[in-house]
Ligand binder design. Structure first.
Ligand code: ADP
Ligand code: MG
Length: 764
């Protein structure tokens, strides 16, 4: 998976600029149709548009003129050439890079209209429900002018509303909702219960967040089984360990007992041998889960406790992630640690990663402020090209060199001094942090320095949007994690667009963005910087780092030579070099992790596709009865005498669906088990990945046969009457309660062979 050579980059660059100049000349040509478009009655737009043949360049030019006129008429926004350019590239299936505030919402809508006129069904995928609803409502007048129907769904939409929304030409939704709909179709027992449509075109907003940063987040559909209570004796002993009893590895991702710790646990639990056959896959696993919960997961960093419940904090967004929980053992262990009643454990019914979800669509396009730096991932994992669209007005933001300090205390001091000094002038400041705890801490120090700050924290998306929209007001100091409030425009002077207030802030130099530490990738740094200097506004950005930042500590493990430090702890350019090289190492590691993890996921995803196809056939045809009639001909004869064919078809369908679903859930549990132990199993054998593939393949080849055998047995033994079959009476119970969630922990493919890796792995 080597990096692209310079020559390859140049080639791609040439390709891109050729494509771009084609787009540009088409946009120039479109001006010739402006008069014609102006003359069009609004009522004539839809019919005129439907007659366009988008494969002809003259019709495309007409389309652009119509869009320009339509945007002016319905949204009071005349699309800029760069927006049309972005839309054209998205119609070619690229990810476009357009800076924050360039108007990607409109560009995406134009692309969606283009696809719709070409007969496609489009999903516009956003990072959250709030943005999906906002953008659909905002763009609706334009869609309607073109006779293109549009709808959005959110967390609360009913099945009926979802089906209706997916029937529209264009559907706006968060990536989670789309994924959960796909998963929930695995519960459908009748064809009319299906919700997710056949995938066609997807346009992904904030494409790098969704397709790269969150690509391997598994979305999970779970059902209730008997609750599994954590073993309190194990928790007691783990809670009382001393630091000499366990060891946390360098990057803080794994924790394990030391020799002394193991002895302590063994003695306390009554003289057992943790590594014996009896305990290695039970007690030891529970101990490791508890260790993870107690010593790696930190309250207010990884989760918060509110209303007597544990809420996960999504590290990437620094906000509470609703619907999210850890794999069951870990969740229960954290609840135990916090003295809460452990919530019900569940069984995974089906699961899909975001990457696999997007992979279902034959056509993918995307837009983001930071695409180029994720170009390698887009190509490698999605076969997507990237186009850089110039900004409408030149960017005059000043990105200052990093300020690097020897330790964290010096850094925080410097940030507070810097902010206080700028705040004196009235220039608005947006401070980006890495997590909620850091935001709180900084706000506290700012408060002490008489700089009152607004902190964006674990609130809902709509509220965050409201707050961040005011971050450009004179005198505002806003502290936010990197993702919070994304997609919301920060207007200088405030969201009401008051011209005087704006001029005042422009005079002061626009928005000043302060980073409190580089992120794991420069791309995220740039997203934060991009909050300032939108649409040619003035602005500045500066990052403060320290050699004690997690980025540096985790990635620059070998100690660097001593570097000169001033009395305030500030360092020369060598300090900045250290931070930059830590970031490069982190970027490389993440790319590797992504590709390793995908190597594990890919096979399960193919198996999932096979099962889903099979399930669909059973659901929509009479295949189930045909199969059972063939495998149990006598029983079929017998039943055909007494029971209507229709009833028999339905009974066979329910029986086969039950066993197919059962087999798939069992398979997923098996996969999780294999993952938990793969590093141990593979010792001395081949690579863990090969071993994994072998085991999972072998198991899957028997899956359908075994399910069909079980179905034949039920078909033969069950009571089937004119009313059909009651599987409950046969002792075959489906989950009575189901729920969906995501798992953000994703350490499975990282180095090291701790059992915990499987437990926080990707399929529970
Ligand atoms: P992005 O998603 O690229 O950050 P948005 O789609 O949120 O940007 O748009 C940013 C702002 O620019 C919005 O306030 C929008 O009203 C404005 N805008 C976008 N396109 C135009 C246009 N063609 N003319 C005037 N204003 C526009
Ligand atoms: Mg946007």
């Amino acid at each position: 998976m080597g990096r692209l050579t310079n020559a390859m980059w140049r080639m791609l660059g040439a390709q891109t600029s050729r494509n771009q100049s084609q787009s540009l000349s088409m946009i120039a040509d479109s001006a010739a149709h402006d008069e014609w478009a102006k003359e069009l009655e609004s009522s004539a737009f839809a019919d005129t548009a439907s007659e366009l043949d988008m494969s002809r360049s003259v019709d495309r030019a007409k389309f652009l003129a119509m869009v320009r006129e339509g945007g002016t008429r319905t949204l009071d926004m005349t699309p800029f050439d760069v927006q049309l350019q972005g839309a054209l590239r998205m119609l070619e299936g690229d990810v476009v890079e357009m800076a924050t505030g360039e108007g990607k919402t409109l560009a995406g809508a134009i692309a969606a209209i283009g696809y719709a006129l070409d007969g496609h069904q489009i999903h516009v995928v956003s990072v959250n429900d709030y943005l999906a609803a906002r953008d659909a409502a905002w763009m609706k007048p334009l869609y309607e002018l073109f006779g293109v129907s549009v709808a959005s769904i959110d967390e609360h939409s009913t099945r009926g509303e979802r089906q209706e929304a997916y029937d529209a030409d264009v559907t706006y939704a968060s990536v989670n909702e789309v994924g959960f709909d796909v998963l929930r179709d695995h519960l459908a027992l009748r064809e009319d219960e299906l919700v997710a449509p056949e995938p066609d075109v997807v346009i992904v907003d904030e494409a790098d967040s969704v397709l790269v940063d969150e690509a391997l987040v598994p979305l999970i559909l779970a059902g209730s089984t008997d609750a599994e209570t954590p073993n309190s004796a194990i928790h007691e002993v783990v809670a009382h360990l001393k630091t000499k009893h366990y060891e946390i590895d360098q990057d803080g991702k794994n924790v394990a007992l030391t020799e002394e710790g193991a002895r302590f646990v063994e003695t306390t639990l009554g003289g057992i041998d943790l590594y014996s056959e009896d305990h290695v896959s039970t007690t030891l696993v529970h101990v490791n889960v508890a260790l993870y919960a107690y010593y790696l997961l930190e309250r207010d960093v990884d989760y918060i406790v509110r209303d007597d419940a544990v809420h996960l904090i999504n590290a990437a967004r620094g906000r509470v992630a609703r619907l999210q929980r850890w794999p069951d053992g870990v969740q229960a262990a954290v609840e135990y640690k916090e003295g809460l009643t452990p919530t019900q454990a569940g069984e995974v019914i089906d699961t899909i990663t975001v990457q696999a979800l997007i992979g279902r669509y034959p056509r993918v396009a995307g837009m983001t402020g930071t695409a180029i730096t994720a170009g390698e991932q887009f190509r490698q994992f999605y076969d997507l090209g990237v186009s850089q669209i110039p900004s409408n007005a030149p960017n005059i933001r000043e990105d200052e060199p990093d300020r690097v300090y020897d330790n964290k205390a010096h850094k925080v001091e410097a940030v507070v001094d810097f902010v206080a000094e700028i705040h004196e002038t009235g220039q608005p400041i947006l401070i980006g942090t890495h997590d909620v705890a850091q935001s709180e801490e900084l706000a506290y120090f700012l408060e002490r320095a008489d700089v009152p700050a607004v902190v964006l924290n674990a609130k809902n998306d709509a509220e965050e949007a409201r707050i961040i929209a005011e971050a450009g007001r004179k005198g505002a100091v806003t502290v936010s994690t990197q993702m919070a409030g994304r997609g919301t425009d920060i207007r200088l002077g405030g969201s009401d667009g008051d011209a005087e207030a704006r001029d005042e802030v422009v005079e002061l130099g626009g928005l000043c963005v302060v980073g409190t530490g580089r992120y794991d990738t420069e791309r995220l740094d740039n997203q934060l910087r991009g909050r300032a200097g939108r649409q040619g506004d003035p602005g500045r950005s500066v990052f403060f780092s320290s050699l004690e930042d997690p980025l540096v500590v985790k990635n620059l493990t070998h100690q660097r030579e001593q570097q000169p430090v001033s009395s305030d702890g500030s360092m020369g350019p060598k300090g900045a070099e250290s931070v930059a090289s830590a970031q490069r190492i982190a970027e490389g590691a993440m790319l590797q992790l992504h590709s390793d993890t995908w190597a594990y996921n890919k096979q399960i995803n193919e198996q999932r596709n096979a099962i889903v196809r099979r399930r669909m056939t059973v659901l929509t045809t009479e295949q189930a009865l045909d199969d059972l009639a063939e495998s149990a001909p006598e029983r079929y004869e017998e039943l055909s005498g007494d029971v209507d064919r229709e009833v028999l078809v339905e009974a066979a369908r329910q029986i086969v669906l039950y066993h197919l679903d059962r087999a798939w859930a069992d398979h997923l549990a098996y996969v999780a088990d294999v993952q938990a132990s793969i590093h141990l199993r593979a010792l001395g054998a081949q690579s863990p990945l090969e071993e994994f593939h072998k085991l999972i393949f072998a198991e899957f080849t028997q899956l359908v046969d075994e399910a069909m055998d079980a179905a034949r047995e039920t078909f033969t033994a069950a009571t089937i009457t004119a009313d059909g079959v009651d599987l409950g009476l046969e002792g075959l119970h489906r989950s009575t309660m189901t729920w969906t969630y995501l798992v953000h922990e994703n350490h499975f493919a990282s180095a090291g062979a701790q059992a915990i890796q499987g437990i926080v792995g990707i399929f529970r």
